[in-house]
Design a protein. Structure first.
Length: 330
């Protein structure tokens, strides 16, 4: 049996006695009297018409394509990218995910391809939010930045994390346990040494009288293990490691194990994004939980709604588990 023909915009326009343009506006409630809008929408319902988001976008010269770009080497960002892709799919949009590792050069190259790929919008987890190349993205492409504001693209919508709350809570937690020497494992970003989160650790640590030693690391567990080993074999050795992602924290676990250091007896370790593995490692990782569903919803709303807020911010939940404890002998 043949499936019934899907009614088109032209069919509805003929039934309503209107032009296609007037019918399209009325279907979306954008123009026309209340009576006309109600009549056209009633005709559409009776005919079983539903909007095809792809056709609608193409009719307006748009492609319904959204790029998701970021350093996706760690588990939390990988999961967030998949959630963003699924949410776009559920809204009738298409997405392509690009991992630019921690390379500003790869990030710039990915941005240059957006126009050629007929992308309408890009959700970015920026490697270098202060780079000038953000201003070169065509204005017709809507940028939504997750995690950091784009210095040279002030009109970009932003979904921000309240890192000051999170880092402050972590350092106060360590200070209360008697820690005075803290190692920081931060993502390896050669061209952007002044990342906001890293600066926060150094500033808040100084205000609390804590000594902070910084080591840059790739997002892989093995790379983090190497960076953590440098910190843990230094003199004086820090009594705690604050890692700006759980993937980095898992590398710190490996380094501690290879050096025969107990967690948290010899070294306390904190993560920052409550990946699925965080409660499963031994001891369970002290970290921060983020409302990923709301973060994704805010990013999608910023892509699709012209009236969405210019910026929204999310505060994490501090999850104290077994990987942090008092300094021995304190």
């Amino acid at each position: 049996m043949n499936e019934p023909k899907r009614p088109t915009l032209r069919d509805i326009a003929l039934a309503a006695g209107l032009s296609k343009a007037a019918t399209s506006y009325a279907l979306r409630g954008l123009r026309g009297s209340e009576k006309t809008v109600a009549r056209v929408q009633a005709i559409a319902r009776e005919m079983g018409w539903t909007a095809d988001p792809v056709a609608r976008a193409l009719a307006g010269g748009r492609s319904s394509n959204v790029a998701i770009i970021g350093p996706l080497g760690d588990l939390w960002r990988q999961g967030l990218a998949v959630m963003l892709s699924e949410a776009l799919h559920n809204r009738g949009m298409f997405s392509a995910i690009a991992n630019v590792d921690t390379s500003p050069e790869r990030e710039q190259k990915a941005l240059r391809t957006l126009a050629m790929r007929r992308v309408d919008a890009a959700i970015v987890l920026p490697v270098d939010p202060s780079a000038g190349y953000w201003a070169d993205v065509p204005e017709r492409i809507r940028l939504v930045s997750v995690g950091d504001a784009l210095l040279h693209r002030p009109v970009a919508r932003t979904v921000l994390f309240d890192n000051e709350f999170g880092i402050g809570a972590a350092l106060r937690h360590l200070e209360g346990l008697g820690h005075r020497s803290v190692g920081l494992l931060a993502p390896s970003l050669p061209s952007t040494p002044g990342r906001p989160a890293q600066l926060l650790v150094e500033r808040l640590g100084a205000e609390m009288g804590l000594s902070v030693a910084v080591a840059a690391s790739t997002s892989s567990v093995s790379g983090a293990a190497q960076a953590a080993t440098v910190l843990l074999t230094g003199s004086p050795r820090p009594t705690a490691l604050l890692c700006l992602s759980d993937s980095l924290a898992f590398g710190a676990y490996r380094a501690a194990q290879s050096l025969a250091l107990s967690i948290p007896g010899d070294i306390s370790i904190l993560g920052f994004d409550d990946s699925e593995l965080a409660p499963l490692v031994s001891p369970a990782l002290t970290t921060f939980g983020w409302d990923e569903s709301s973060i994704v919803a805010a990013a999608i709303e910023a892509v699709m709604n012209d009236d969405s807020p210019a910026s929204v911010s999310f505060r994490p939940e501090f999850l104290v588990r077994g990987s942090t404890g008092p300094v021995q002998g304190a």
